[in-house]
Structures are given as structure tokens and as C-alpha cells.
Design a protein around this ligand. Sequence first.
Ligand SMILES: Nc1ncnc2c1ncn2[C@@H]1O[C@H](COP(=O)(O)OP(=O)(O)OP(=O)(O)O)[C@@H](O)[C@H]1O
Length: 674
Amino acid sequence: MPGEADVVDAQQVLEAERAHLKGAREALRRMREHAESLSADAAGDWVSKQVLESLLDQRVRALADHPDTPLFFGRLDHRADADPGTGEDLPQAVHVGRRHVHDEEGLALVLDWRAPVARAFYQAGPREPMGVARRRRFGFDRGELTGFEDEPLDGRELGPSRLLTEEVERPRTGPMRDIVATIQPEQDVIVRAALPDTVCVQGAPGTGKTAVGLHRAAYLLFTHRERLGRSGVLIVGPNRAFLSYIASVLPALGEVRVDQATVDDLLGVPTGTEPLSTAALKGDVRLAAVLRKALWMHLDKPETGLLFVKGGSRYRIPADEIRELVSSLRGTTRYAAGRNTLAQRLAHRVLVQMEQRGEAPDDRVHDAVARSKAVKAVVDQVWPKVTPQQVLHRLLGDAEFLARAAKGLLDEEEQAALLWAKAPRSVRSARWTSADLALLDELADLIERTGSLGHLVVDEAQDLSPMQLRALGRRCATGSATVLGDLAQGTTPWAVRSWRDVLVHLGKEGEVTELTLGFRVPREVLEYAARLLPSVAPGLAAPQSLRAGTGALSVRRVRDVHDAAVTAVLEAQARDGSIGVVVADGRLADLAAVLEGNGVDHAVLTPEGVEGERVHLVPASLAKGLEYDHVVVAEPAEIVEAEERGLARLYVVLTRAVTSLTVLHRAPLPGALA
Ligand SMILES: Nc1ncnc2c1ncn2[C@@H]1O[C@H](COP(=O)(O)OP(=O)(O)OP(=O)(O)O)[C@@H](O)[C@H]1O
């Protein structure tokens, strides 16, 4: 029990910290006013003015004070003899927050959580205090300081942090929040991994993979602002609904310039569909070799030699020589660049002949020959211009061509499965499926190199096919990636079974690390869901939960699943937090009508996302990555039956709950859950 003196002391400390917060808020306001007062008029021309205006605008936005989020959440008091190892003096006390705030003299009032000195806030412990004598964590309510918690780092073991527990237990409402105040040491290691390092994170549901990926993006942007400002950082997620759920995390961390995309956004919107087994075959990495062969099969033997006429002179390059030139270039460059190089080489040979005849041709002549009709005709014949669509159209429509390209790579049955039942008449009328788009992207890169970004964060990566992973790997070929996922949550038939394979397909060397402590799902619920693990991912260890949450699970055998769902939603509405009702996609419309008929306000989650409403009706196929305080699952057996990896889908669905999970079933439950 704290004595009276301690309480008075604590009150004084709190007052002093509140005063510091007030001062920091005022300083931030001054920084923002200063940024607002800057004018882009000094720019020399219109374009520079636009660029400068947008930069200033970003700066002002980044300096926004969000009244609902604390400006700092921690404080480090360093030991007097602490040495930061940088040769500089370490300030005795620093407040750690979302961004740097300094006063008019340039003195730091709040230090950005990403600064090297702030690392100790996340990493220091009794065994390795990192120069810290005391770590202080602050409790906040809507931006107001409500309390604090001190951890002396003098060798004593630290108990669990009450503030961390409170943060993890706080009800979820609306979109995902940042976790900057409570990043855990094992998460921090991933967040602060160096820019060139590709990191691959296997993590059970709710272990913070998405959160860690987003914070790593923010960390890298802060630490390598200029470089990544030029090359770009991109977050790739499974669908728009998921991206809109995570969309506010980076802006809350002051990063307003990170793009988010689905694989479709990157590769194009599919216009066709196909059986899953065909899609899985098209996602197979062997297709990369088939496509390479198919593209280079477009090279042809020269029908004639080259005849170049200038004035009264004729210059000839025999067909044999052209054939040799082509074979020396074949495969050494991208396909499109090869066409250009061939034209240059042909021109060079013509110029050699000119010189042998005593002429003195210069560079202009060289260019004119390379661009001449005669050279172009030869190049077009032996090294024809092709588009990715033309090549794939031919490959999927022409059995003989496919057989040649796939020889030794795909067996006859596989080749037959790839061929269109009815080939579209023209390239333009072809309907491309999602799997085709990855193949087109591969071809596009064989023809012309795809540009690379500085860093890619790929979430739910376990669901991507090898060909899709290759497409993403191209987009960070000269950069690095953070790859996040859970093999147990792989629901596509082409989902990869090992992270090592994922890295190979991405074309990256990297570390595979694992997060095992869950921050979302209560222990009881997680243990229930984990009964499915031996069937969905036999090699994975059962996940651990930080959250005790007893009484969180309710499994009810009911007569009428719809009536029971209405009851369960009404029960949940009496409590705090968001509510998700998850059903097999096929049952969505019926349940929506029943909820409507019973006057339960709700919104149906679509692939585009959803706005407002406390109750969301969620098709099982879109539940991945989301979380709700209260989850009601209606008829699990239907979710399992709906798809090949239905048990994995059910595992995803059962692990969305933060506070309570209610399972309603009329049909028998899957064996492991019965
Ligand atoms: N260090 C932390 N402090 C507080 N909350 C955390 C922490 N790490 C994760 N969380 C919270 O746990 C929840 C789950 O995090 P997240 O969605 O990132 O997990 P995930 O591993 O991506 O889950 P899934 O595999 O189910 O998609 C989120 O609400 C997140 O804010």
C-alpha cells in the first residue's frame, strides 16, 4: 500500500508531467504555425512551387496535434554515467512520443520514438538497462495524462506493466490503432531491423504482425527519410476492406505518404474467373520457366540477309551473320532491350563496311542506319515486338506452342488444364484472371525491367502464389521487404507451406522470425481455436495469449442459428466495443435479412470495406486480418464446407475476437471442436 507521502509525491510528479505536456503542446503549435507561415513563393518556377507547396503542406499535416492521442507516452531517466556510444551527451531525462517536439531554442521536449536514444524505452530491461535508471510509462485518456508507472532498472525483476495490460484490454472501436506506446521487445527488434534486411515474420493470430509491419514502415521512413522518400514504401494487403481497417495507423504516426495496395491494384483488376485448380497451376513457379521459354521462342531465323542501300552503295550482311548475332544476344538482355541492341549491332557492321570502303561515317550515320527501314525490317522479322498479352494469349490458346514451351516442365495433363476451353478470338477480347495477371506481370518484366521500390511490407503473405510472390519481389528487387503471415491461416489452394520458399520466390535472402505472444485473442478462445491447428498446420506450435479473459468463450447448440445470432448480437450490444457476426459467404444475405427484420442496425462488410455501424456482418472470406471485441460465428460447419481449406478459414474466423466469442451451431461442429 502506498503511504500518504507517496501519494502526495505521485500527485506532484503527475502535475509536473502535465505541465511538461502542456509546454510540449504549445511548442508543437508554434512549430506548426512556423511551418504554416512558410511560403512557396520563393520557388523559381511553377513546377518547383507546386513541389514546395506540397512538401510544406505535408510538413504542416505531420505537425498536427491529435487531441485524442498523447504527445508523449514515456520517459527515460538516464544514469549520470550513461554513455550513448555516440560521443554526444545523453540528456538526463527524455520524453518519448510520436514525434520530435522542440522549443524555440531547439531543446527537445519530446523525442521521436524512432530516434536511436528512444530504443531503450522498448528494449531496456533489468539485465541490460542500456544506461537507463528509470523508465516511466504514462496513462492517458483522450490525450489527457491520467497516471504513470515507474520501472526502476536497477537489476530487480520487473512485474507485468499495468498500463500495458490496460492498453491491450481496451475495447476496440473502429479502425486499427497504433501500438507505439507498448511495442514489445521482440516486436521492436523487427521494427528496427536495418533497411537492407528483408525480414519474414511467422506469427499466430493477434501477435501483432500487421502492427509490427506498419511500425517498421514508419521507422524506416524516419531513419532513411530522403532515400525512401525517393524510392517509396508500399504496404500490400489482401483486400480493400483490410487496407481501410489499417489505413489510419501510419497517419497517426505522422507518416502520410505511404501507399497501400492490394495485389490486384498492382497487377491489374481481373476480368475473368477460372477453377481454383487451374489458378493454382498458373501460380506454380514452374510457369516462370515456361513463360521465359515462350517469350524467347518468338525469335526467328532470318529469312534473308540485310541489304542497306545508301546513294549508289549497297551493304550486305548475310543471314548467317545475323543468326549468329541473334544467338549471341539471346537471353543476355531483357527482350525489348535486345531488339534495340540488335539494331545497333547491325548498324555497326554496316559502318565497318563503309569504313572499309574509305568512308568516314559518324555517330549520326550510325543512328540513321540503326533506325533505317531495312534494319527495322530485319529486326521485326527475327526479333519481333511482342506484348505480354500476345504471348500469354498464344500460350493459353495454342496447344502446340504450349507443348513446346512447357516441354520438360509440365506434363500433358497439366498442359491440357492450362489451355483455354475456348480461346478468345483476339488478344483484346481475352478475359484475364487473377492468376493470369501474375503471368502477364512476369512476361512484362522479361520484356522490360519492372521498377523497384525502396521497401515493401507484404501482409497475409501466406496466401500468395509463387508467381504473385515473384511479382512482388520484382517490386523490391533493389530494396527490401517485410513479409508477414501465418502458415496456419493460409486459405488459398496455392498458399505456400514454408517461409523459406516464400523468400526464394521473392528472390530475397532474409531472416525468418517468429512472434508467439498474442495480444488479441483471450486464452480460452485461442486454445479452443488451436484445436484445429494439428489439421491446418501440423508443424506449428500452439500460440500463447497475453490475455487471461475467462468466460470469453460460449459455444451454443441451437435450434435456429438466425434467431440465436440475433440474441447473441443483442447481448453483445449491452457491452462495450465492436461486434462482428461472421458467417459462410453463402449465408450472408439470409442473415442480413433476419437482422434487418429484427431491427438490428448493422453494416455488411464488402471487399471495399465498410463505414460506421457498430455491428458488422462479415463474410468468412473477408475476416482475415480484422478484429472485433465481440465475435459471433454462425454455423462453423458451413464455413468449413465452403472451400478446400475450410478448416484454416474457420481457424481465421475463430481468432478475430478480442473480448468474447460466441459459436452458434445447429449442424455438428468439426471433429476437433466437438
Ligand atoms: N505491443 C502491443 N501492445 C498493444 N497492443 C498490441 C501490441 N501488439 C499487438 N497489439 C494489438 O493486438 C491486436 C492484433 O494485432 P495485429 O492485428 O497486428 O496481429 P496479427 O498478428 O496481424 O493478427 P492476424 O494474424 O490475426 O491478422 C491489435 O489490436 C494490436 O493493436
